[in-house]
Ligand binder design. Structure first.
Ligand SMILES: Nc1ncnc2c1ncn2[C@@H]1O[C@H](COP(=O)(O)OP(=O)(O)OP(=O)(O)O)[C@@H](O)[C@H]1O
Length: 227
């Protein structure tokens, strides 16, 4: 029997991230250390420009820090080049965009989206598992529907299904409820909460009190520093 992975889903230690343009240099993250535990929802909060997206981009292996370390699924990623990050990202990280439609391919049905996400992650998932996951997210009756036939909330729940299928270490979500009404947001958050319990770590940037209400832990940033 395979042992369940241990250690945090992701972590960064004393990371610094500075953006340089022709005219200025902005330190978006200064000496930031964070742990995203498995099985939990961690919420990143802070005013506009405080570094939330920069932190998510490092944890999602989209970007690398100037200094400090980043670990995802137990692997150091800060020293990897773009190709190495892409490879690790495919297996270990999902990224959920704010706009539900941006997370899905318009020409695939719900079942096909989940299967494709599993395939890209190199995971073996049979039809029953896909159906069970969709049922768990209240999407059993939508299995053969395309995104255009789904509400925004259903699309976002489907995106969550794609995000967790195949067992990545980390799901990164940037304002995942910003485009949803309260009823839809509550169902998406319920799905995230329940799926986190299976062992994936969710890290969510949000100003939404509904997200904060389900968070197990917080990362508070101000001007690129933990507060
Ligand atoms: N590509 C970039 N080039 C230059 N500066 C950048 C770049 N990306 C972000 N910044 C700057 O880094 C700082 C942190 O930005 P970041 O987007 O991480 O903050 P945020 O907390 O996510 O903001 P918001 O809530 O408005 O999305 C800001 O001062 C921003 O202007």
């Amino acid at each position: 029997m395979a042992l369940a992975p241990t250690g945090p889903a992701a972590a960064c230690d004393r990371v610094v991230k500075t953006y340089r343009t022709a005219t200025e240099s902005v330190t978006a993250l200064a000496d930031v250390s964070v742990q995203v535990p498995r099985g939990r929802v961690t919420c990143v909060v802070g005013p506009s420009g405080s570094g939330k997206s920069s932190l998510l981009r490092l944890l999602a292996c989209v970007d690398s820090p100037d200094s400090g370390s980043v670990t995802v699924g137990g692997e150091r990623v800060d020293h990897l080049g773009a190709r190495g990050r892409r490879r690790l990202r495919r297996r270990q990280v999902s990224y959920l965009f704010q706009r539900p439609g941006d997370n899905l391919l318009p020409y695939l049905t719900a079942v096909e989206q989940v299967r494709l996400a599993a395939d890209l992650r190199g995971a073996r998932v049979d039809d029953d598992q896909v159906q069970q996951l969709l049922a768990r997210l209240g999407l059993a009756h939508r299995a053969d529907h395309h995104p255009v036939q789904l509400s925004g909330g259903e699309q976002q729940r489907l995106a969550v299904a794609c995000g967790v299928v195949g067992g990545p270490a980390l799901v990164v979500a940037d304002e995942p409820t910003a485009e949803l009404d309260t009823a839809a947001a509550v169902r998406v958050l319920g799905a995230m909460e329940s799926l986190a319990a299976d062992g994936v770590g969710f890290v969510v940037s949000s100003h939404d009190p509904r997200v904060m209400a389900i968070a197990d832990g917080f990362v508070r940033l101000d001007q690129g520093r933990l507060v």
